[in-house]
Design a protein around this ligand. Structure first.
Ligand code: GLU
Length: 591
């Protein structure tokens, strides 16, 4: 889940350029960072534990025109300066950075130790470096040694290395790697995402797994298995619609919550025929699964809910990391509907690769253009809502569940009604967000949660998975314990936790679940809990009331806005790093 950024061009501030690139990538990892520049036939390296935003003094770098940089999200070895990437080869002739986990690193390390190799860090990355050194004993060319070493690595890995002679070699078999070319200025960039160099390049190559790129005076692509050169045609760089600055907002999270109505509206403008064709395929499928990880897993559960309740399809949702355990269940003509922000989620990709071999049809809803999951999909949908910078998903989650709703409506033969309802939803969300009194009320409520240890969320039917998303946001943003429970299960166990002043956020919509939820509210209040209700109408049973709009079938999506805002304001009161919560990164491209 690291960020990789490299530059080769005619500007002589390469280290500065790659650091700027890393700053745009630091949603991917922010444990440590490092830069290495090649100049005068030597490498100049600097690396450090800590956030990229902490200014690194680059004055020790010569004015070179080729450099690579890395921001780490530690998986193997603690977070410290030594474990930070890039890692030098013993003779300092090259330095290497990695994204991923070498699953067989212990075994390779043992073999290398037996051969006398010394290790200075605890990382699996250094094992790759030493393995390349070992390969260099029998291979004449570095690129051959890299290729041979890379083939021995198990797991999903992407590596990049720079030599003292000013050559860059990168290989992908896991997390994303894109090459950006500026045909006007003759500059080349390599990065973990297109967004980080979007306005610096004219053309782009999204590398596939099992590909290697070599960048010196030329730019050449190779197949890793065969070593054969590949003919690769760069595509024109398409610019994103979204801005990557906070604008008037204090946090990206707040800005992105406000973009919720826009992302919903975008869905209504997408190609109708794609939905109709997909709706037909779902109806024809033997089994329908929805799959995602983390927040996207919660969205996948809501998509399955809409497919069952509106589309009348027996859809089952699975967690990305678990689905692999039932791979034998997947059959030809099943459909897996994949929900992913990055389109690169490692545990989901693993399932899709295996399922595709079994004849399963892949469909996806992704936020990042050119991603691996999109490229694997027969039915591909994009949220087209611009980049999401905050590590926590808000507008992306809105888009994921609203898309699922529209797909379910299509399956039910009601695409146009679905579009109409999403347009209305978008207007209601906008209206809610534009009223300052809503924000001041939510801030007041958030303040009452500052000293609470746990926050419970109570919901049923259309709101249940939405309450789980509220829980995810509370946990991510406030680091408090959140607990979302289906109201029906309350009396089976969670009721033991209900006592004086425990906060319970209840989602009450005008639907079939309303009376059950109201009963559950009675039960928790009898034990002293204080109910904060999000509902279109007030009720004397609510201790605190957050007014929302009744948008019919899409009411649950409407409820996301107050839930997201409460978490944001709560985290703000707590002084947390809202856009980069501790320990998490945005795209989980390692297992
Ligand atoms: N496994 C490597 C490490 O722990 C790379 C982690 C990453 O992707 O940032 O250093």
């Amino acid at each position: 889940m690291c960020g990789i950024f490299a530059y080769l061009g005619n500007k002589n501030n390469a280290s500065q350029i790659v650091v700027e690139g890393l700053k745009r990538l630091d949603y991917r990892g922010y444990d440590s960072w490092g830069v290495v520049e090649a100049s005068y036939g030597k490498l100049f390296l600097k690396k450090k534990a800590g956030k990229i935003s902490e200014v690194m003094d680059l004055s020790s770098f010569p004015k070179g025109n080729i450099a690579i940089a890395h921001t780490r999200w530690a998986t193997t070895g603690e977070v410290n300066d030594i474990n930070a990437h890039p890692h030098y080869s013993s003779d300092e002739s090259f330095a290497l950075a990695q994204n991923g986990i070498v699953e067989n690193y212990e075994l390779i390390k043992k073999q290398l130790l037996a051969k006398g190799y010394k290790f200075v860090s605890q990382t699996d990355t250094e094992v790759i470096v030493r393995l390349i050194e070992e390969k260099l004993k029998s291979k004449k060319k570095l690129q051959e040694a890299v290729r041979s070493a890379f083939k021995e690595l198990e797991g999903r890995n992407t590596i990049i290395l720079i030599t003292k002679n000013g050559e860059i070699i990168a290989a992908r078999n896991g997390s994303p790697l894109v090459v950006g070319i500026n045909k006007k200025t003759d500059e080349i960039f390599i990065s973990s995402d297109t967004l980080s160099f979007a306005n610096l390049v004219t053309d782009v190559v999204v590398m596939d797994n099992n590909q290697m790129v070599i960048l010196n005076k030329n730019l050449d692509f190779f197949d890793i298995t065969s070593g054969k050169r590949l003919e690769v045609k760069p595509e024109k760089m398409k610019l994103h619609s979204g801005k990557t600055t906070k604008g008037k907002y204090k946090y990206f999270m707040l800005k992105e919550i406000h973009e919720g109505p826009f992302v919903i509206e975008q869905l209504t403008k997408q190609n109708k025929n794609n939905y109709i064709r997909f709706g037909k395929a779902i109806k024809k499928a033997k089994h329908v699964y929805t799959i995602g990880s983390g927040g996207a897993g919660v969205a996948a559960a809501q998509v399955a809910f809409y497919l069952r309740s509106i589309g009348k399809i027996q859809a089952v949702s699975l967690i990305g990391a678990d689905a692999i355990d039932y791979i034998d269940l997947f059959e030809k003509d099943d459909i897996i509907i994949t929900i992913s922000q990055s389109g690169e989620t490692a545990d989901v990709l693993e399932v899709l690769e295996k399922a595709q071999k079994r004849g399963v049809i892949i469909a996806s809803f992704v936020n990042m253009p050119g991603s691996m999951i999109t490229r694997m999909s027969t039915f591909k949908f994009m949220s087209e809502s611009g980049p999401e910078i905050c590590v926590m998903s808000t507008k992306t989650f809105d888009a994921q569940v609203a898309w699922g709703y529209l797909v379910a409506k299509t399956v039910a033969g009601e695409y146009s009604d679905g579009v109409k309802n999403l347009k209305k939803l978008s207007i209601s969300m906008k209206k809610y967000l534009s009223q300052s009194k809503n924000h001041s009320e939510l801030k007041k409520i958030a303040k009452t949660l500052v000293n609470k240890e746990s926050i419970f969320l109570l919901a049923k039917y259309q709101n249940f998975h939405i309450s789980r998303e509220g829980m995810v946001k509370i946990i991510e943003a406030s680091y408090k314990h959140g607990h979302a429970l289906p109201s029906g299960d309350l009396k089976h166990y969670v009721i033991t936790l209900m006592e004086e002043d425990v906060p319970v956020i209840a989602l009450v919509s005008n639907d079939v679940a309303k009376s059950d939820i109201m009963n559950a509210i009675d039960e928790v209040r009898l034990r002293g809990a204080k109910v904060i209700a999000i509902s279109p109408e007030p009720n004397k049973k609510f201790d605190k009331y957050i007014k929302t709009y009744d948008t019919g079938e899409t009411s649950a999506i409407m409820n996301l806005i107050p839930l997201q805002l409460i978490s944001c304001y709560l985290a703000d009161f707590l002084g947390n790093n809202i856009d980069k919560p501790r320990n998490i990164a945005k795209s989980v491209t390692v297992k």
